[in-house]
Ligand binder design. Structure first.
Ligand code: ADP
Ligand code: MG
Length: 256
């Protein structure tokens, strides 16, 4: 397998408080990997450093063999690292397919050619992306009337228009009903399998994590305490300690 992302000794300090404290890991091409941990563990801080939103205090990030530490978000994105946002970033006044067409215009460097005719541009290509997320039936609906779960799928289609090799998803299923969460992550898992894209995601719902992730990392107080497959993580004493009393981490997984 080819390593697509490598993180070495990543640290982020806020006035001496180490939100992320010496994190090292890698993600392989075609891997669906979860980063879990209690609230405040440092997951979002990690993600923001990978994307270039935050400068690490220490450590390095390599993408596809190239050091990208300290590069701007746009430069990281151009190299093939995409992300979906926790708050959906669609244009409410446009239709579903128009949102995808907008993203494609941006991808093809045509953002400034907006004119009535522009809405013929990339319509077919946009339709294909909607098919990928099973949204083709909703192509011409305004985004303002979409159900929340459908907005999330649209957001995923938009992220895919840039043909990322690695997709970062910070709590992609936040605010969704349990069944919709499983469905969305099933879709992501299908895309990983069919397109060979890598996905790193954070998630609170352990059913979703254990059902779909190839590998799971556990972050606690800024430090990585586990990195392995479901069985390895489940049997890790440090992980059990962190989640002890917290309730549901292993229940469903053990029942299965
Ligand atoms: P998670 O995403 O795992 O819930 P975060 O990465 O958001 O955790 O936060 C990790 C820790 O860093 C928390 O204790 C949080 O309060 C702290 N933190 C995050 N951003 C800042 C900031 N800009 N200034 C100071 N502390 C921060
Ligand atoms: Mg977070």
């Amino acid at each position: 397998m080819t390593e697509i992302l490598r993180v070495e000794n990543l640290k982020k300090s806020y006035d001496g408080f180490l939100a992320v404290n010496g994190v090292s890991f890698s993600v392989e091409q075609g891997e669906l990997k979860a980063l879990i941990g209690p609230n405040g563990a440092g997951k979002s801080t990690c993600f923001n450093m990978l994307m270039g939103q935050l400068k690490p205090t220490e450590g390095d990030v390599w993408f596809d063999g190239e050091k990208i530490t300290g590069k701007l978000p746009r430069e990281v994105w151009r190299r093939g690292v995409g992300r979906t946002f926790q708050i959906t970033g669609t244009y409410q006044s446009m239709t579903v397919i128009e949102n995808v067409q907008m993203a494609l215009m941006s991808h093809h460097g045509k953002l400034f050619s907006i004119q009535p005719r522009a809405w013929k541009l990339y319509r077919e290509e946009a339709f294909e992306f909607l098919e990928t997320v099973s949204m083709q039936d909703q192509a011409d609906r305004p985004c303002s009337i979409l159900a929340y779960g459908d907005l999330k799928r649209l957001e995923l289609a938009i992220a895919l228009t840039h043909r990322p090799r690695l997709l970062l998803m910070d709590e992609p299923t936040a605010g969704m009903a349990p069944s919709a969460r499983v469905e969305l992550m099933q879709l992501v898992a299908d895309i990983v399998r069919d397109q060979g894209v890598s996905v790193l995601f954070t998630e609170h719902d352990m059913d979703v994590v254990f059902a779909h992730a190839h590998h799971i990392m556990v972050l606690n107080r800024g430090e990585l305490i586990a990195d392995g497959n479901a069985t390895e993580v489940r049997n890790n004493p440090q992980v059990q300690e962190v989640y002890l009393g917290g309730g549901t981490l292993f229940k469903e997984a053990e029942d299965a």
